[in-house]
Design a protein around this ligand. Structure first.
Ligand code: MN
Length: 512
């Protein structure tokens, strides 16, 4: 899963208590790191990097962490009192995510035997406050996890941070290819790609659709045949209302598009892509030399998302990158995530909900279990090539989810996260696309109003597996604004938060 990644564990101590004490600190640390790894609860391997007893040792460790690509984050723990001025230079140098773990080797106080020597050696309660002060004073982004290291609930907080740290590292080595530009005139999905690379990590490149068409042209018939056979194994094929021949042709061409897009993503090393329904290659489908997609490559987008490629429709590169991040940080969790779009409202008092869908591109990872995924071909009357179009149709899972978007506010990126309750929609016999129906928390009026006041997109990335804690950690690591709309949100409080944040982000840099 995260096989090649590591978290570095550094134990803070000092030489005041003598070499014997450091030997014990070292032994305890090794046992704790081994315990975390053996718990199976931390998805990234924790590597013990020794005790840090001086300014030079701390600085050397932090610089080494920066230089090691495998290291996605550093965990610090103060076994004894570790005077924190010795951490200043190391923390100034550290560019990897930081987790300050406030724990202790022994679970309970050894009431009958504890003497001053024991207390001096096991004084995390004291040492972690000293370390906490310097990180606070330096305004160092970090997560603070407090609790006993063997407690699974405590380990879960580390696991969340580990997943987010892995995804942040993944985004720093991430290319998003754009086949076509932003949908004309759309504001919310656009933004500053230079700032995105500086702050969020990923790189966005334009790729002419004509380049993609070169791949499309070269797709081999036997590969298309094999992929169509795979579709038939995986999905329930629904007879095409326009005729069997048209249905087969559309599915064939969709498979060909999938192979072409996957091939260009592999060749360029891209981890995500965007499409635009107004830019599908070619000009006139009736031209004998026509070289373009005959339909929106929606089926390809659905399947590539499930494989982990980021996807954003209508040129939405921020959503493509965010999908990749959500998929990456939920590796090994099973309930799924998808790109979705707020489409249509259903007013029903306290159960008022928003239908989430898209023209085609919903990820089948969120499909309800135990129900067949249908492969259907229907007319799609939008975009440059109105045509019969193949797509996967399914119902999505119900239950709680968390949806997220990132918008560019001009002077900063804003992450907006909304807790949602996915409920079962009624059948939609005339709308053959996958969808989800959710009630934003705490209710439609508050949840939707807060999202709109924050300037949130109509596109978002929803996951059933992650909790808001993931997004809190993500925003902390990247230093971006984080707004969370949940069951406790009130519009009055949310508006205050928006106003306070405006001031905070103006002053923030001056404080550093
Ligand atoms: Mn859209």
């Amino acid at each position: 899963m995260y096989d090649n990644l590591e978290l570095w564990w550094v134990t803070g101590a000092q030489l005041l208590y003598g070499g014997d004490a450091v030997v014990q600190v070292d032994a305890h640390s090794k046992e704790m790191v081994a315990g975390l790894n053996q718990s199976g609860n931390i998805p990234v391997k924790v590597v013990y990097k020794g005790t840090a007893n001086s300014d030079k040792e701390v600085a050397a460790l932090m610089k080494a962490a920066n230089n090691e690509d495998k290291c996605v984050g550093v965990i610090t723990w103060m076994h004894t009192f570790s005077p924190a001025k010795m951490w200043i230079h190391g923390l100034q140098a550290l560019q990897k995510p930081l987790l300050h773990f406030h724990t202790q080797y022994n679970k309970e106080i050894p009431w009958d035997t504890m003497n001053m020597d024991f207390m001096n050696l096991n004084q995390s309660a004291h040492g972690d406050r000293e370390f906490g002060h310097i990180t606070a004073r330096m305004r160092k982004p970090r997560k603070v996890v407090c609790g006993y290291w063997q407690d699974p609930e405590v380990q879960e907080h580390i696991a969340v941070w580990a997943r987010v740290a892995a995804a942040v590292a993944d985004a720093r080595d991430c290319l998003i290819l754009r086949f076509g530009d932003q949908m004309n005139n759309v504001a919310v999905t656009d933004g500053d790609k230079v700032a995105a690379e500086q702050v969020l990590g990923y790189h966005v490149d334009y790729c002419p659709v004509s380049n993609l068409m070169e791949y499309y042209k070269k797709v081999q018939d036997e590969d298309v045949k094999a992929l169509v056979a795979e579709y038939k194994r995986l999905y329930t094929l629904v007879p095409c209302e326009a005729g069997e021949e048209i249905g087969e042709e559309k599915i064939w061409n969709s498979a060909k598009a999938e192979l072409a897009i996957r091939a260009i993503l592999k060749d360029t090393g891209a981890k995500g892509f965007t499409t635009n329904f107004d830019d599908l290659g070619g000009a006139d489908v009736n031209d004998p030399n026509f070289l373009g997609f005959d339909q929106i490559p929606g089926l390809a987008s659905q399947r590539l998302m499930a494989e982990g490629y980021g996807f954003g429709a209508e040129g939405d590169w921020k959503s493509a990158a965010l999908y990749r991040t959500v998929w990456f940080m939920t590796q090994g969790l099973t309930t799924g995530c998808s790109f979705l779009e707020d489409y249509t409202l259903n007013f029903d008092g306290k159960r008022s909900a928003i239908l989430q869908s898209h023209m085609l591109e919903i990820c089948p990872l969120i499909a309800a279990e135990g129900e067949p995924i249908r492969l259907e071909v229907h007319h799609l009357g939008i975009g440059i090539r109105k045509s019969q179009t193949a797509r996967l149709v399914f119902n999505s899972k119900t239950g709680s989810g968390v949806t997220a978007t990132i918008v560019d506010m001009g002077n900063r990126f804003r992450l907006i996260v909304s807790d949602v309750e996915c409920i079962k929609p009624k059948p939609l016999p005339k709308l053959p696309v996958a969808n989800a129906l959710w009630i934003p928390q705490p209710d439609f009026q508050t949840g939707a109003a807060a999202w709109i006041m924050a300037g949130g997109t109509h596109h978002s990335i929803m996951s059933y597996d992650i909790t808001p804690e993931y997004w809190d950690d993500y925003a902390e690591m990247l230093g971006i604004e984080y707004l969370h709309i949940d069951a406790q949100t009130t519009l009055e409080g949310f508006k205050k938060e928006l106003r306070m944040n405006e001031v905070y982000y103006l002053l923030n840099k001056a404080l550093m």
